[in-house]
Design a protein. Sequence first.
Lengths: 319, 257
Amino acid sequence: MSDPILSIEGLSKVYAGGTKALDNVDLDIRKGEIFALLGPNGAGKTTLIGAVCGLVRPTSGTITAFGHNLASDWRAARARIGLVPQELSTDMFETVWRAVSYSRGLFGLSPDKARIEEILRSLSLWEKKDAQIRELSGGMKRRVLIAKALAHEPDLLFLDEPTAGVDVELRKGMWEQIGALRERGTTVILTTHYIEEAELMADRVGIIRKGQILMVDDKASMMQHMGSTEAVFTLAQPLGAVPDALDRFCLTIGEGGTSLIYRGGTGAQDVEGDGNAEVAALTKALIASGVDFIGIDIHDSSLEDIFVGLVAETQGDDA
Amino acid sequence: MMQGFNARGAWSIYVRELMRALRTAFQSILSPVLTTSLYFVVFGTVIGGRMEPVDGVAYGAFIIPGLLMLTLLGETTSNSSFGIYMPRFTGTIYELLSAPVGVAETLIGFVGAAATKGLILAAIILGTATFFVDYEIAHPLAAAGYIMLVAASFSLFGFILGIWADSFEKLGIIPLLFLTPLTFLGGTFYSIEELPGVWSTIAYANPIAFLVSGLRWTFYGTSDVSIWVSLGMTLGFLALCVGIITFIFKTGWRLRE
């Protein structure tokens, strides 16, 4: 495994009002990965990004990016980090070209028209380069923010809710752009409310709640360890109890005895002995046992199920 | 790899701030020039023609340094405060805070642009004054240096104001309620020495009186107080502003959460 390009150790942030936004967070980010940070509102995602990008002053802990301590060697570190904020914050009276050129200069790079043209073309903004930002649609404004963040060719890019309020088509376009960034070798950390987005894009997922990282794992590994398969058999005749012949399966009787519910396995279809294989075996066992059914609904748990389950579980612990 | 001063970053901020002033040329340049020209017409030509010379200087010419100071203080303070307040208000400050720019680059960018705009205004006003009043500058180099010093000092002051303010109302309070009245009462239209009794002493409690007096010395070689006292006061104010801004950046007060 390569050395982390971003290393966060014991990071805590307590705001002036006493709110503890981050609580002893440890996190390593690897070169070239797409890391999705998931968490409910107020979990500390934006504070964590802010602490790395210089918008928030940590109360304690250390952040090291590309081998530079952000507290003491912040210039060298910040020069390689880009940020696309959650809010559409930009000078609305500037033209797209000037806004992106300004961002490049701000990070100490010489003007490079070819590079800026490449960025604008890749984000389908070239035709709008002379338009004032206020004239653009919401989706285009968000792409301008991405263009500004890419203007200094960062090695690490933070995308804070990049597709919030963006329509489905544009969201897919944004995913393609994130994929293109990965191809270019840019490490991407994104926060999102759309778990589908994390599921589709991320190599690794971190779940944060109340300022604490609950879990960080490869997406596939997380699905394998925490996922499950659910199959609901709608029965032709109600059952009072699970037949003895089916004891080896994880079964429960649904309401009124009209359904038989299987919940087990890993939820990952490419793993030997997973839930889908068990459902196949269960189907054969039902037929062999003479239990007639008129419908099957099979559902592999998604990252969203895992996320909701994990957050709900810790909420239960708090109660 | 970036380690030291980010000259391109400072230049980018400077150019963008100047462009912003040009974008609002009517408000930021034409409006103060027009207002000052009206002062020259009313107080310099119409009323000034009936006034006795002050310290041997024709009244119309006597008020030029004060009026110049009035515009310079108001415009540099407002422009600089607005320059840093707007990114805070709109949220675009994130870009500045996440970039490899520190206090030096930020000040050169924002304060430098505000001071430059103040100097451009001062040049236009002095040029405009020649249409209404006859005057000659006794110490032109000293005058240019003093105007630059005042422009830089009050641009710094405006920067502090823009960070302190959390509303547009607060942004306007200091220039409108303090700077303008204090400049009027600071000997813009009269010599403080001519004030009767205790009023003269009270007038010296107004720090802007020292600035007006200093600039008047560079113009006509006469002043209410020694040029060195005025210079010392201005440099002291500049140092105070730099100290406050360094503290702001060190602690992140009103900039970083």
